[in-house]
Design a protein around this ligand. Sequence first.
Ligand SMILES: Cc1cc2nc3c(=O)[nH]c(=O)nc-3n(C[C@H](O)[C@H](O)[C@H](O)COP(=O)(O)OP(=O)(O)OC[C@H]3O[C@@H](n4cnc5c(N)ncnc54)[C@H](O)[C@@H]3O)c2cc1C
Length: 159
Amino acid sequence: MKYHMRRSEREITDWAVMEDILNKGKYATIGLCRRNEPYIVTLSYGYESTARSLYFHCAKHGLKSEFLAENPVVAATVIQDLGYIQSKCKQRYRSVVIRGEIEILTIEAEKQKGIDILLNHLEENPDIVRAAACHTPEQFRDVQIWRLKIGEITGKEGE
Ligand SMILES: Cc1cc2nc3c(=O)[nH]c(=O)nc-3n(C[C@H](O)[C@H](O)[C@H](O)COP(=O)(O)OP(=O)(O)OC[C@H]3O[C@@H](n4cnc5c(N)ncnc54)[C@H](O)[C@@H]3O)c2cc1C
C-alpha cells in the first residue's frame, strides 16, 4: 500500500516532471536488502521511457551482486541538486523514489539494447565508448546489465 507523503504540497505527481528528473539524472542510489541486512550502492544509469526502466552496467561479482542474487526487490532514488540555500538551512531539490525489481539481463539482444540505452543516456558521443568498451565478445560477456522496471514512483521537490 502506498504511504502518503506528509508534506503533500511538495509532492510531484506529474509523470512528465518525474520523467524529466530521470532523463536529466546520471546516477541512482539503490537500496538493497537481504536477511535484514541493508546495503546501498550508486550506479550510473540509462533511462528508457517506453519500458519505464532504468538500465545499469556493472561487473559480474561483488557485494551488490550477492545482495541482488538473494533479493531483487529494491528501492532507488535519483536526486537533482538545485543548490543549498545558505542561512536558511534548506536544500533546493527535485527527486524521485522508485520501488521495483531488478532483473539481470541474459539474452544477448536485450543486453545490447540495455548498453545502447545506457550509452545514449550518459554519453555525448556514445560511439567512442561503444567502440572501446563493448567491442569484443569477452568485453560483452564480462559486463552485467541490470534492468530496473519501475513498479512505483514518487516525486518530491523542495523550495
Ligand atoms: C556517481 C557514481 C556512479 C557510479 N557508477 C557505477 C556504474 O555505472 N557501475 C558500477 O559498477 N559502479 C559504479 N559506481 C561504483 C559503485 O558505487 C560501486 O563502488 C561498485 O559498483 C562496486 O560495488 P560492489 O557492491 O560490487 O562493491 P565491492 O567491490 O564488492 O565492495 C564492497 C565494499 O566496498 C564498499 N563500497 C562499494 N562501493 C562503494 C562506494 N561507491 N563508496 C564507498 N564504499 C563503497 C562497500 O561498503 C563494501 O564494504 C559508481 C559510483 C558513483 C559514486
